[in-house]
Design a protein. Sequence first.
Length: 318
Amino acid sequence: MLRDILTVGLMILLVGSTPCWCQDLNAEAEVTDEPITSGYALVYRLKAGELIRWRTRHQATTMTRINKVENFDRAVTETTKVWRVKEVREDGSMVLEQSIDQLELSQSVGGGEEIRYNSQADEQPPIRFESIAGSVGVPLALVTISPSGKVLEKEAIYKQSQMGLDDVAVPLPQGRVEIGHTWYSPSEFAASVEDGRQVIIKLRKSYTLDAVKQDIATIHVETEILTPGDSPRVKSQLIQEMTSGTIKFDLQAGRVVSKKMEWDEEVVGFSTAQSYMDFHARFTEDLLAQSDDLEAEVTAKPEKILIRGREEGPILRK
């Protein structure tokens, strides 16, 4: 389970959402109303040669209880995520090279010793982090997006990259929209059921324009399950897909300036009748200004990560 948390954490930091264990339907964001002639235009406005960086942090805690045996997994992943804008085409589409400039990992399993790795300070990563550490400082993927964030082309460059590319960029609505407007991004998730079969669960992310202040749009995002009657076993597999949070988008610069996402989910009966899973995670992403001293940013003393004792139980939502 912890390896999954680390992988999910890294992919979230790369794409700003859960990775695509779902099928990428690669469709334009679905709008709910007729074209609007007033309101706000949300479009990406990147320039060729730009180097855009975000500082990201993902922290996850999972507690599982099966046959009265409890297990606590904790993982923290911090990165400096990079978009290098290779080309802006005549049709407005943008070619991006994705990479990670810096990576800091921390994990603990049950009462075991905490394992840490900092790509800026440590010459050799722990064995558990070797494959992830190899992704630092190298091109990971080449992606072409439309002005609305639709993925037009994608190519994994790093041979071990398994990133889902459905949400490389936050999908934006077509045309101008008013406050309160909602649009959707559909996806599918393949889940296993009790008899070993795989079933397809239809999901969608719902985006709502909540407010605009000083050219910064506030967008609320929520994952919705469209397939009815999912069992506890299926819910336990979907638990990391259930995103809820806020995105800040700069209308003039045409890019995301921040994200804050939360996961607070629990499932009863996913294995045995009394089995229990409790999952809590937090994700933040903040745009670094081009004038920021990146070296100082990534080599600063890391924030101390508090690891709760087994007797304290899981982190609870406030």
